[in-house]
Ligand binder design. Structure first.
Ligand code: BTN
Length: 334
């Protein structure tokens, strides 16, 4: 473990030096001296950076060069952790090729006492989990799937507010960064032109008076093509590529989202912040004001969504008066 941490630190220092000199050759001798390591150890670290998918080039007899980072689609721990250096909440990202679920990866770290602020991504999830006991399907290496370890000072009944903060932040990322007409469907699905782009799931552990930790996991369909959409999701799911007509470096979407989410979660956990966050959410939630169908416990209700309560539940005006839903599936009708 100590050795792994040391290796990750060396990689981070090398990467930073290459990043600061993007497009220029950095001398191998200078890098090895900077870290007080042998040239052999340096080559091993460079090989590890390349294995993370980073565009590092070895220039014979001279050194190493990094170029085209902006365009790389690599989900690289070193690149993402480096890009989080100014983030007040997240400081480390673990990028996995394959796992059962990033939710489980983060929960395991949480139970082991890990501090908040760690993110785990995966190229493939064998048992991706969705809301209400569903599974989450994705396409290997094309989409973004990640979970975050949070330890907010919230009560168990307030975990829904984390979902709202995540939905709000993701909508803003997809609009501002990717230029998409993303819509926020209560509680936290992101749609684009009526089809689902992202799903969000928050799970927590705690006792009546406090939560020990919360794990918020997000799946964003990024570079999946129309043909790659699993049959059962055809017409229901879409991707950033399908909607914007271009592929996106997944790490950029992640880093932008984590910056916005850190601000939203920071606001939520500040004095009087929950109301301030809810005010932002109510403004941005595209369900409010719409004619909707709500499916809850095998019952279906139609009505107009009129608001969101202080705990994030949906208020719906139906023919039989006002109803409040803490958790349900919603379909936008008009
Ligand atoms: C939904 O049902 O809409 C929520 C889907 C959440 C999926 C993400 S993918 C990353 C993280 N790991 C999981 O197993 N689930 C969440």
């Amino acid at each position: 473990m100590i050795k792994n941490t040391e290796e990750a630190n060396s990689r981070a220092v090398i990467f930073e030096a290459l990043m600061e000199n993007q497009g220029s050759i950095v001398s191998g001798t200078a890098l090895a001296d900077k870290l007080s390591i042998t040239r052999q150890a340096l080559s091993k670290n460079i090989a590890a950076l390349k294995a993370e998918g980073l565009p590092v080039e070895s220039v014979s007899q001279k050194g190493y060069m990094l170029s085209g980072v902006e365009d790389t689609d690599a989900l690289s721990s070193t690149l993402i952790t480096y890009s989080l250096r100014d983030n007040p909440m997240f400081g480390r990202c673990i990028c996995l090729k394959e796992t059962d679920s990033t939710q489980s990866v983060i929960k395991k770290l949480a139970r082991g006492g890990e501090n908040a602020g760690v993110v785990a991504t995966a190229e493939v999830q064998e048992m991706g989990r969705g809301r209400r006991g569903r599974n989450w399907q994705s396409v290997s290496g094309k989409n973004l799937m990640f979970s975050m370890l949070l330890r907010p000072p919230l009560l168990p009944g307030e975990v829904q507010l984390l979902n709202l903060a995540a939905g709000l932040s993701l909508k803003n990322t997809l609009r501002a960064l990717c230029g998409l007409p993303a819509e926020l469907k209560w509680p936290n699905d992101i749609l684009c032109r009526g089809r689902k782009l992202c799903g969000i799931l928050s799970e927590s552990a705690g006792e009546a008076e406090r939560i020990y930790y919360a794990v918020t996991g997000i799946g964003v369909n990024v570079n999946m093509t129309e043909e790659e959409i699993p049959d059962e999701l055809r017409g229901i799911a879409t991707s950033v590529l399908i909607e914007s007509g271009k592929t996106w470096p997944r790490w950029k979407i992640l880093v932008d989202f984590l910056r916005r989410f850190a601000a939203a979660a920071g606001l939520l956990c500040s004095e009087g912040g929950a109301e301030a966050l809810l005010a932002l959410y109510r403004k941005e939630c595209d369900t409010i004001g719409k004619e909707i169908n709500v499916i809850c416990d095998n019952e279906s209700f139609s009505g107009t969504a009129s608001g969101v309560t202080g705990q994030g539940a949906l208020i719906v005006k139906t023919g039989n008066g006002e109803k409040i839903f803490a958790a349900a599936d919603v379909v936008h009708l008009r």
